[in-house]
Design a protein around this ligand. Structure first.
Ligand code: RTP
Ligand code: MG
Length: 140
C-alpha cells in the first residue's frame, strides 16, 4: 500500500463542542500522522469554493451556512492508504448509520452536522490540501 496524503476538516459543530482534541486523538491513534494543521473561520466564498462540487445539490446553501457558522480545524494527514483509512475512521456521512468506533458515531449530531470531512479520492485530496495549505506549511 502506498503512503498517501488526505485532507481533513474538524467541522464547526465539533469545534464548538470542544471536541478538537478528542478527534485528533482518534486520528493519531489510528496511525495517521498530522503533517499540517491550522484553525480558521471560513468566509462564504472560501466555503462555496470548497464545496463547489455540491453547488447544484438542494442542501448546498445550508451546508455553506453551517461551514461558516464557526471556526474549523483543517489538517493534512499522511499514512498508508490515508484516504480510504481516514474515510473509514470517519464513518458514514449520516452519523445514525455510522459504525461503532468511528468519529461520526461518537460525535456526529445529524446528516449535516457530522463533525468531520475527509477527501474522497486522490484527486480531491490533492486539490483540497492545496486549497488550504501552501507547500511550506506541510512538514515531512
Ligand atoms: P464530507 O465531504 O464532508 O467528507 O462528507 P461525505 O463525503 O461523507 O458527504 P458528501 O456527500 O460529500 O456531503 C458533504 C457534506 O454535506 C453535508 N450533507 N448534508 N442535508 C443533506 O442532505 C446533506 N447531505 C450531506 C454533510 O455535512 C456532508 O458531510
Ligand atoms: Mg464528500
Amino acid at each position: 500500500m502506498a503512503i498517501e496524503r488526505t485532507f481533513s476538516i474538524i467541522k464547526p459543530d465539533a469545534v464548538e463542542r470542544g471536541l478538537i482534541a478528542d478527534i485528533l486523538k482518534m486520528i493519531t491513534d489510528s496511525g495517521l500522522k498530522i503533517v499540517g494543521m491550522k484553525m480558521l473561520h471560513m468566509d462564504k466564498a472560501k466555503a462555496e469554493g470548497f464545496y463547489a462540487v455540491h453547488k447544484e445539490r438542494p442542501f448546498f446553501g445550508e451546508l455553506v451556512d453551517y461551514m461558516i457558522s464557526g471556526p474549523v480545524v483543517v489538517s493534512c494527514l499522511e499514512g498508508e492508504d490515508a484516504i480510504a483509512s481516514y474515510r473509514k475512521l470517519m464513518g458514514a456521512t449520516n452519523p445514525a448509520e455510522a459504525e461503532e468506533g468511528t468519529i461520526r458515531k461518537a460525535f456526529g449530531v445529524n446528516l449535516q452536522n457530522n463533525s468531520c470531512h475527509g477527501s474522497d479520492g486522490p484527486d480531491t485530496a490533492k486539490t483540497e490540501v492545496a486549497y488550504f495549505f501552501n507547500e511550506d506549511e506541510l512538514v515531512g
